[in-house]
Design a binder for this molecule. Structure first.
Ligand code: ADP
Length: 550
């Protein structure tokens, strides 16, 4: 019935959204309209009806009930009091049917209106349906008792209408109940989604990250306050607003504007996932450096519905990192000149035959320490230099590079009384950055010497292993405790055994070596036993394999 009434309202407003009084009038109206229709039929079919007091009274009663629907302030009465109207409706319907003397067949079916109302109201549906069926039964049987025609045949022949009303009542109450449950569920869901929406809006406005959501054609759906501020910095000087192509967007370390179609927003709309890319927005004092990430979001059906872009303002962090790197680079450079001179003079002194043997031995210590200091400066410089984004892909032979590293370590090995052996299976072709790889090999060999005692052996082995060129550097030195094995590849981390033994170092070499290995799509690992020795394994993709893998 609610649905019918919704349709009657032509979808302008939902029935349950109307005031209680209007609802009551609208529920009563169908009965009155049908009764008026009955008047019309009677006028054509049986004018005698109008002379019948029962017929007239039933019509007047129905009108009176409709007036009551409109006049009674239902809102101020107990909640379900309006159900008195459908209960009372049975009387005019019964009277009409009785007075008509069955000249108009089917008048008993008018009971459908109060039945639907009672069963659909949702108040004690079982009682309401039972009441409606009994009221209909009384309505059809009473005339027989009144005019003395009540017998088993006449009463039985009237049972169909009450039965139909009963079934209708049951069906209506069931559908009303499920409709109401559904509406309640939808209201709950709406409530929940509204709460979520508000929570999301609060989060988006509170976070320290600029957030923009664009739809599939790139139109902005949402932009938070933080992003509006970041956006301002990309505006050309003197402009309050600008279209995308006019915004000043630069790659982080360049002064060349990025073409609009290569900017993160355009690329993200085209379906690209962006992860932490650095851009500079705007010029001069107002310029900001932002880290941009973006990814698509999907609707409930799994279709891409747009893109979310997150802009983090990293201006201060980037400036601090640059200042640190510049400082380290300048400092290392400043150190190197006097160090080279110290080393040179120490070596000259060592050659001086006029010095006593003890003094000449001292010059060796001076030279060794100067070399050590030089190596530390090298490491610091390398750590301060950002890794090249694109590797120089020079064809190299890992076996040959290792042989060179072994050769250059010979004086150091001899001084420490350590034997270095190297075996290989021939050429090990790799693609890569010569300087970086030489640094890795030097570091592995010099560590093996540094952390081993006199009389021990350092064994290097270069071989092929499937698609890999593999180099192992094994020593018989102090070893590394298991708990230190992971962190020795982290910058400035040193093993406890090295610290205890007082061997100097920066803790940078292995971290840089692993970075170089990873940049070559390779890996650097270590197995070690405390007091027994350590084996470092460097794996790099063989040249042909690298092409096949990339
Ligand atoms: P550094 O040698 O300057 O301290 P590295 O990064 O080269 O820095 O090495 C990190 C740590 O790993 C060292 O401090 C040492 O504890 C440990 N280590 C590296 N190589 C060896 C080795 N061959 N034997 C024992 N310990 C080693």
């Amino acid at each position: 019935m609610d649905v019918v009434l919704d349709v009657m309202l032509l979808g302008q407003r939902r029935f349950h959204e109307l005031g209680l009084r209007t609802q009551v009038v609208l529920r009563q109206l169908p009965l009155n309209l049908t009764m008026i229709f009955v008047c019309g039929i009677s006028a054509l079919a049986d004018r005698a009806d109008f002379a019948d007091a029962g017929f007239v009274i039933s019509q007047l009663l129905a009108l009176a009930l409709l007036t009551a629907c409109a006049a009674v302030p239902w809102e101020r009465l107990p909640r379900w009091s309006f159900l008195a109207i459908p209960v009372l409706d049975f009387y005019p319907i019964g009277l009409l049917r009785f007075s008509d003397g069955d000249l108009l067949p089917g008048l008993g079916l008018l009971a459908v209106f109060p039945i639907l109302w009672l069963a659909g109201a949702g108040y004690r549906p079982r009682t309401a349906v039972a009441f409606g069926a009994i009221a209909t039964l009384l309505m059809v049987w009473t005339p027989h008792f009144m005019d003395g025609t009540a017998n088993i045949h006449s009463l039985a022949s009237e049972l169909l209408t009450p039965f139909i009303m009963f079934v209708l009542g049951v069906a209506t109450s069931i559908s009303a109940l499920s409709g109401r449950t559904q509406r309640k569920r939808i209201e709950e869901l709406l409530d929940r989604s509204e709460t979520r929406q508000q929570l999301l809006e609060t989060i988006v406005d509170t976070v320290d990250v600029g957030v923009v959501v664009v739809d599939t054609v790139g139109d902005i759906v949402l932009m938070n306050a933080q992003q509006r501020e970041i956006h301002q910095s990309a505006l050309p000087e003197g402009l309050e607003a600008a279209r995308e192509p006019e915004l000043l967007v630069y790659a982080d370390s360049s002064d060349e504007l990025i073409e609009p179609k290569l900017r993160p927003a355009a690329r993200a709309v085209a379906g690209e996932v962006i992860s932490h890319e650095l851009y500079r927005l705007g010029r001069g004092q107002r310029a900001r450096t932002v880290s941009v990430s973006a990814g698509p979001f999907r609707d409930a059906g799994g279709e891409v519905a747009g893109t979310v872009l997150a802009f983090s303002d990293v201006t201060e962090v980037v400036a601090a990192i640059r200042a640190r790197d510049t400082f380290l680079a300048a400092m290392s450079h400043e150190f190197r000149t006097p160090l080279t001179s110290l080393l040179g003079y120490a070596e000259l002194l060592h050659e001086d035959a006029s010095l006593s043997p003890a003094a000449r031995a001292d010059t060796l210590v001076m030279a060794r320490n100067a070399r050590h200091l030089n190596k530390m400066v090298d490491d610091i410089l390398a750590a301060a230099t950002p890794g090249a984004a694109e590797l120089p892909r020079t064809p190299l032979d890992l076996a040959e590079l290792t042989r060179d590293a072994v050769d250059s370590s010979t004086p150091d090995a001899a001084r420490r009384d350590i034997t270095v052996t190297f075996t290989d299976d021939g050429v090990l072709p790799v693609l890569g950055d010569r300087t970086g790889l030489v640094r890795v090999l030097d570091n592995l060999v010099s560590n093996a010497l540094k952390y081993s005692g006199g009389g021990s052996t350092v064994t290097l082995r270069a071989k092929r292993d499937g698609q890999w060129a593999v180099l192992t550097v094994a020593d018989q030195g102090i070893g590394i405790p298991p708990e230190d094995l992971k962190r020795i590849f982290t910058r400035f981390q040193r093993g406890s055994s090295a610290l205890r033994s007082g061997i100097p170092g920066t803790g940078l070499g292995l971290a840089l070596a692993r970075e170089v290995a990873v940049r070559h799509r390779g890996e650097l690992e270590c197995v070690s036993e405390l007091g027994v020795g350590s084996t470092f394994t460097l794996r790099l993709p063989l040249r042909g394999e690298l092409g096949a893998r990339s």
